[in-house]
Design a binder for this molecule. Structure first.
Ligand code: PMP
Length: 343
């Protein structure tokens, strides 16, 4: 008998992403390095999971209902996830974004129907930081909107981490048949790394959990020395944390790697050209970290990392030779070449 095969809604299409073997990274290290294809989520990023986790939790607690408004401060991907989830559940979204983020993400948010508030990029300690602005906007809308409003608060709302404990971690465990030796991720909110770590450590005590951190973030220094100290800056968007968020409380990695932009950029471009995986720079950070961990653990191991979002989200920057050069980075030769086609 033939049966119908469909998902109930777009929400049921979030998660259960495939693991893709990363050929070059695996060959270079003699390990099996696998990338979890989060760019295949409906909103094209890992943050669809967090969005669904946060919204479901708020509904369960009676804080959010249809017609309500979801507010958050995001570098873009969480806002895209929240807007897709909100649209599917009859809720509005108001997204506060630092104006420094890629135009592609802002355009996507607007075309999905989010109300976008762009604010200058200032550090967290400044009261006008985008996350704090989002908190104030949510408080105001909670008073004014007839169906209420919530502050999704992705950095300090552990429903973010918990969805990775409940879904991403177990998926990785099942997909590798429990043969996973290491997991590597960067930190934005910390939800992915702390959540997957918790799920995998519950199943295998000696699994190696590693942080891949970027210049300008403080977590590498924090886990190495106990001091929150940042050095340099990075063009990577969506990751790079300067404090211990609620999602990171009680978590520590076994290993930490500091990945300069030149290394993550080369890894990102190599995956694109050699393997057809067109990804954003945070995926390059993750895979560069996985390669470092593989070299430390030695051949024969299985290491999993996250492929967070697609290259198209960063066309105007990552694939713009002038922008890269202005940041002291060298564009690959093929990107720099003028197109010569006979008409
Ligand atoms: N990569 C990208 C592109 C992201 O937008 C994010 C989310 N901020 C991450 C990685 C990191 O995920 P997390 O917030 O779970 O630490």
């Amino acid at each position: 008998m033939r049966v119908m095969d469909f998902r109930d809604s777009v929400l049921a299409a979030i998660g259960n992403t495939p693991l893709i073997k990363l050929k070059r990274a695996s060959e270079e290290t003699g390990c099996t390095i696998l990338g979890k294809a989060e760019f295949m989520n409906p909103g094209a990023s890992v943050k669809d999971r967090a969005a669904l986790g946060i919204v479901s939790d708020a509904i369960k607690k009676g804080q959010l209902r249809p017609g309500g408004t979801i507010v958050d401060g995001t570098a873009g991907n969480t806002g895209i996830g929240l807007t897709i989830v909100g649209n599917a559940m009859g809720m509005k979204t108001v997204i506060v974004i630092p104006e420094t983020q890629a135009q592609e993400k802002k355009d996507t948010l607007r075309s999905l129907g989010a109300v976008l508030i762009e604010v200058p990029a200032v550090p967290y300690r400044n009261p006008n930081n985008y996350v704090k602005v989002a908190g104030r906007v949510a408080e105001k809308l909670a008073r004014e909107e007839p169906n209420g409003a919530i502050f999704a608060n992705q950095f300090d709302n552990v429903a973010n981490r918990d969805i990775h404990v409940a879904t991403t971690g177990p998926e990785i465990w099942d997909q590798t048949g429990g043969k996973v030796d290491g997991f590597v991720s960067a930190i934005g909110t910390g939800g992915t790394l702390a959540g997957v770590a918790r799920a995998l450590r519950e199943r295998k005590r000696d699994i190696v959990i590693a942080l891949a951190d970027v210049p300008g973030a403080a977590m590498y220094s924090y886990y190495q020395t106990g001091e929150l100290k940042a050095e340099g800056s990075s063009i990577t968007e969506g990751i790079g944390q300067g404090r211990v968020t609620a999602n990171l409380e009680g978590f520590a990695p076994d290993q930490s790697f500091f990945i300069p932009d030149a290394e993550s950029l080369a890894t990102t471009f190599a995956m694109l050209k050699d393997e057809g995986l067109a990804l954003g720079l945070s995926s390059g950070v993750n895979v560069a970290g996985a390669i470092r961990l593989a070299k430390e653990l030695g051949p024969g191991r299985t290491i999993v990392t996250m492929l967070c979002d697609p290259a198209t989200r960063y066309q105007s920057r990552l694939f713009n030779p002038e922008f890269l050069r202005s940041k002291g980075l060298s564009p690959p030769e093929w990107l720099d070449r003028p197109v010569e086609v006979e008409p």
